[in-house]
Write a protein that binds this ligand. Structure first.
Ligand code: ZN
Length: 84
């Protein structure tokens, strides 16, 4: 299965982030991307970097300076950018 961004109309397949396990934050993600219910989410669903603001990432500086290969989300980050 090709993992791709869960946000409708987006085909990003780089910088993907799994849904958080924390139920409250997970609910905020679902609301953000327009999914009504957790059960509508396919297993392994992911959201790409494009939907998060710069300050959602714990290591933006390291990433930009080339010390990190990929961005890591802060625990409480919620996608807010480029949503339907
Ligand atoms: Zn995306």
């Amino acid at each position: 299965m090709v993992r791709k961004c869960s946000v409708v109309g987006r085909s990003g397949s780089v910088g993907l982030h799994s849904f958080p396990l924390d139920l409250e934050i997970r609910r905020q993600w679902l609301r953000s991307i327009g999914v009504q219910d957790n059960s509508q989410l396919p297993p392994g669903a992911v959201v790409c970097n494009q939907h998060f603001t710069r300050d959602s990432f714990a290591n933006m500086m390291e990433f930009e300076m080339g010390y990190s290969a990929r961005l890591h989300l802060k625990r409480e980050a919620v996608p807010t950018v480029a949503l339907p």
